[in-house]
Design a protein around this ligand. Structure first.
Ligand SMILES: [Zn+2]
Length: 273
């Protein structure tokens, strides 16, 4: 059984390549994780020998006990995923307490999961619960225009949501719940993970100021599509703001409500006056 031929592994690597081609993954920037289904995990269990070492996750994720994740490696480059998958990515299993992980496949030559492992797992824990087990993908990218916007706009959920919704009707339809913005924090630990996962209870997109974007979805296509939609809207907004720095949202709350009812999505009422 060739693990590299599993559909979810192919989808994972394709997303990494697509993100790299978009210019969101300079050097070793960004990270990605996927929660395996029970069936996929059974296949891995039957075809791999686990590493004997358990490592601390750096937080506790009791809702993810004995779950498996495909995840990018620390210090690895997205652009190398297709050519050197077994060095760049790996599959890990969480222990029965949700405190430690061990490596089942990949991470050749001493590799380990991304330093953002705590944030990824805390987000998965929240999304597994709040989406009734539907969401499986967590993606972090250094989205050029979103990062730039955090230097220009007030760092509030409302301003970012209303300004980005404004850019094209697709935006409120694709992310009707809006998005969250977190002020600059030290990346790579439990603290930023807790703050991000708290916001993930309400949103599928969380922006880290001066840093990048996290998003969550069911499939690789939906996840990449969400990141791409938000980043494209941010690119347009930067262009508009460069000509009119005082641009205010144009779409009215009534127009947003009408759009929501036409496309059968629930626009987050807290952003509607
Ligand atoms: Zn980052």
């Amino acid at each position: 059984m060739d693990i590299l031929n599993q559909e979810y592994v192919k989808g994972f690597i394709r997303l990494m390549t697509d993100g790299s081609n978009r210019g969101w993954h300079e050097r070793n920037g960004g990270n990605l994780s996927y929660r395996l289904t029970l069936n996929e995990a059974e296949i891995i269990k039957a075809n791999t020998t686990p590493d004997s070492n358990w490592f601390s996750i750096g937080t506790t994720v009791p809702e993810l006990c004995e779950e498996m994740f495909l995840i990018t490696g620390t210090g690895k480059f997205f652009k190398n995923a297709a050519e050197y998958p077994e060095e760049t990515i790996g599959i890990i299993e969480i222990d029965s307490k949700g405190e430690n992980y061990r490596i089942l496949w990949g991470f050749l030559n001493g590799g380990r999961p991304t330093s953002e492992l705590p944030t990824h797992l805390m987000n998965h824990e929240v999304k597994k619960k709040w989406t009734n087990n539907r969401h499986r993908v967590i993606y972090h990218a250094h989205t050029t225009n979103i990062i730039s916007l955090t230097f220009i706009l007030p760092q509030t959920d409302e301003v970012f949501t209303r300004q980005l919704w404004d850019m094209m009707p697709e935006c409120p339809v694709v992310f009707p719940e809006g998005l969250g913005v977190i002020e600059w924090m030290v990346p790579g630990g439990e603290e930023i993970g807790m703050k991000t996962s708290k916001m993930m209870e309400e949103y599928n997109i969380v922006i880290w100021s001066n840093h990048g974007t996290f998003c969550s979805e069911e499939t690789f296509d939906f996840t990449f599509g969400l990141m791409d939609t938000v980043e494209k809207a941010a690119e347009m907004l930067i262009k508009v703001l460069s000509i009119n720095p005082n641009k205010q949202p144009v779409m009215t709350s009534d127009q947003l409500r009408a759009l929501g009812s036409k496309y059968n999505v629930s626009i987050n009422p807290k952003f509607l006056k």
